[in-house]
Design a protein around this ligand. Sequence first.
Ligand SMILES: Cc1ncc(COP(=O)(O)O)c(C=O)c1O
Length: 491
Amino acid sequence: MSGRDSARVLDRLRALREGDAPTHGGRVLSYVYDSGREELDELADAAARLARPLNGLDPTVFPSIAAMERDLVGFTRRMLHGGRSVVGSITSGGTESCLLAVKTARDLWRARNPGGGRPRLVTASTVHAAFQKAAQLFDLDWDPVACGPDGAVRARDLITRMDDDVALVVVSAPAYPSGALDPVRAVAGAAADRGIACHVDACFGGFVLPWWPGLPVWDFRVRGVTSISADLHKFGYAPKGVSVLLHGGRGQQGRRRHRAQFFATTRWAGYPVVNPTLLGSRSASPLAAAWAITQHLGPDGYAELTGSIRRVARAVRDAVDGIPGLTVMGDPVGPAIALVADDSVRPAERVDPHRLADALAAHGWKIQHQPGILQSDGVRIPHSAHLTLTPVLEEGAAEFVGALRSASAEVRGRPQADARMLMAGLRALGYGTGGRVPGPKAAWRLLRLAGAGKVSADQPMSMLMALIEQLPPPVAEALLTELLARMSEPR
Ligand SMILES: Cc1ncc(COP(=O)(O)O)c(C=O)c1O
C-alpha cells in the first residue's frame, strides 16, 4: 500500500482536529491554559521547531538541553524562593514530577530503613490522582486523610498520621478538585520535626500563586518543604510535555534528594545510561518552548497574566454569589474553582453542578464534571463542577457569566441524575459490591447498556458521572478503562 502525499495527510489531520474541543479562546475550562497572547504560541512553535531533532537523553552531546534546563530550574527556584541549594529537573509533566517526588522520598526512606517494610504516603484525599499512581508503581501505601465537605484538610489531621513509616507527606498549592491551599507551613514544620520529607504539589498553582497577593507562604521559604513540583505546561503557558521538580533542604540535602531521583547504570552492553527522569529518549521541544516563553515573559509577564486570572476569578465568584442555588466549594485560592449545589436552599431552588455543566456545554462552554467521593470517615465531598480560569477568559468573562446564569436557570430544581435503575441492573449482574470486576468484553457490554458506549465532546455526562459516583471504584475504573481503551482500538 503506498502512502498519501503530505498535503492530503495534513488535510486529514485538520479534519480530525475539527472534532476536538477548542483549545483557544477560553471555552474549555480545564485541560488547556490559554494565555490569550498569540505571540506566545508563535514563539513556542518556533522554539519547539528549532529543538525538534534533539534528544534530551544526552546533554553531553546536545549541551543546549542542559543550558535550557539550567535556565528553567534557575527561573523556577527564584520564583519559589529557593536559594542556591535548591536543584532539580525538567520532566514531561505534572504526573512525572509527582511520581519522581515519591520515588525519591521512597528511596531515601528505604536507605534509612533497610528491611523496614512498606512505607506510607500521607496526603489529603483531594491530592492529585498522580500520587495514587505513584504509590501503586513504587510500592507505598497511600494514606488519604479526609477533608471537610468544603474540600479543606486540617493540618492536625495530616500531622497525626505522621509516623516512622511515612516516607513522604504531600500538600497541594492548590488542590485541583477544590482550589484549596493546603496548610503548608504547619504540615511541613511538623514533618521536619519528625524527619519526614514534605512535597508541595504546585503543579497547578506553581506559575500563578507566586504573584497572587495575600496568601500564606507555601514555597521554599517554609521550613520543612523538601520538594516542589510546578508545571510549565499549565500556567507556564508552554505546550504540553513540560514540568519542573525542585528539591531543597539544608546544606547538600537538595542535591542528595535530586541525585536519588536519577537512574544510572553501566551494567549493560550499551552506552552508559543516566536518566534524571522516568523516560529515556526525551523530546526537547516542550523544554525549548517553555524556555523561550519564560525568557520572553519574565516574572513581570507572569505577574500580568496572573492579574488577568484574578480579575476573572473575581467576576466568576461575584456572578456565582448572585445565582440562587449555586455556590463555590470552600475557599479556593488561585485559578481553580469548584461549583456545588447550595444545600442551604430548598431542593427546588438548587442548581445541580453536573446538570449545569451539561447545560453550559449546549451554550458552548465546557466546565468539568467531578464526581462526589465518600471518604474513610464517612464525610462526603459533594459532586461538583471544576473551572480552570485562564487569562484569555478576561475578554469573554461577561459572556461566560451570562451563559452561567442562563444555564443555571435552565436546570434549577433538577436533581442530580438518578443512576439507581442502572445500579440495580449492575447489582443483579453481580457488579454492585466490587467483589466482581468486569473484564473487557463484559465492561463493554455494560457500557453500551448504560448508553455510554460512545462519548463525544457534547454528550451529557450527568448520568455517567452519577453512575461512577455510586459504583464500587474497581468496577467504575474497569468501565472507564474500557471506554478509553476502545476509543483507540483500530476498527
Ligand atoms: C495539583 C496537580 N498535580 C498534578 C497534576 C498532574 O499533572 P499532569 O496532568 O500534567 O500530569 C495536576 C493536573 O491537573 C494537578 O492539578
